[in-house]
Write a protein that binds this ligand. Structure first.
Ligand code: OAD
Length: 245
């Protein structure tokens, strides 16, 4: 079922009664903070698509270029604030008995909004990892190729790139949270990048109620119990208001 602009009462009632809630987010949740999505019209940086830069091959070819793109994204994020969608998700965590947030976003805005139990399955923009010794560091510089504070090796962004595996423990925790969710909310993701795109299906398989929020239908739409079309910054606060008013 797909609806425009109005959260179904059934979704709000389920959320209110749920013992366990899991939320999966994608770039659409940060769009209203001014962070471009990957596959939207604003997804290009210079003439590059994310798929051209977010790969180990691109980094091996031109680490300076890949770092420039990440420094640009980090600058955007440092100037951005959490929006009403991030805050509504933190509000759900405050009210739910058991709660997990699984995010594909690397921007840290969920934490800024007050979310606590977060699985950042694609890493974090503000960390770098040494290619030589694996040492991780918080990044504060805004340009150039960072060098490892431990061995002086070249560092890369501590994010997951196309063709790379996700951290196994984090991914297992995400699938456990999906399988145990009585309500599973999917917001602002195109649901095309695996393995994240399988999480909602895993929740549905185990009998969880799946609510999708997006501007447009996705490959999940036929399977979700409800899909509401509209901005996450309006629909998630509406959901919270309906569930707990
Ligand atoms: P995408 O750019 O693929 O999809 C963003 C989704 O958000 C689209 O389905 C939009 O319709 C929707 N959207 C945009 N604005 C919205 C709004 N205000 N409210 C609700 N929905 C909105 O981003 P992701 O699904 O996050 O991975 O992409 C998944 C992964 O692909 C990313 O984590 C990244 C990328 O390559 C890596 O870098 C490994």
């Amino acid at each position: 079922m797909s609806d425009t602009g109005q959260v179904p009462g059934e979704a709000a009632r389920r959320l209110n009664e749920a013992g366990s809630v899991t939320v999966l987010t994608g770039a659409g949740v940060s769009a209203e903070s001014g962070i471009p999505t990957f596959r939207g019209a604003d997804g290009l940086w210079q003439e590059y698509r994310a798929q051209d830069l977010a790969t180990p091959q691109a980094f091996a070819r031109d680490p300076q270029l890949v770092w420039e793109w990440y420094h640009w994204r980090r600058r955007l994020v440092s100037e951005a604030s959490a929006n009403l969608a991030h805050k509504a998700i933190a509000g759900i965590e405050d009210r739910a008995d058991a709660f997990t947030l699984v995010t594909q976003n690397v921007d840290g805005l969920h934490r800024a909004a007050g979310s606590r139990n977060i699985l950042e399955i694609h890493g974090n923009l503000n960390r770098a990892r040494c290619l030589n010794c694996g040492h991780r560091e918080h990044l504060d510089r805004q340009e150039g190729i960072p060098r490892c504070g431990s061995c002086q090796g070249v560092m890369r962004p501590d994010v997951v790139w196309f063709g790379e595996s996700l951290d196994r423990q984090t991914l297992e925790a995400a699938f456990t949270a999906a399988a145990s969710a009585q309500v599973f909310i999917v917001a602002g993701t195109s649901n095309v990048v695996q393995p994240a795109a399988s999480l909602a299906f895993a929740a549905a398989d185990r009998g969880g109620y799946v609510l999708e929020i997006n501007l447009e239908p996705t490959p999940l739409t036929g399977t979700a119990d409800a899909t509401v079309l509209g901005p996450a910054g309006e629909l998630l606060p509406q959901l919270v208001e309906m569930a707990w008013s």
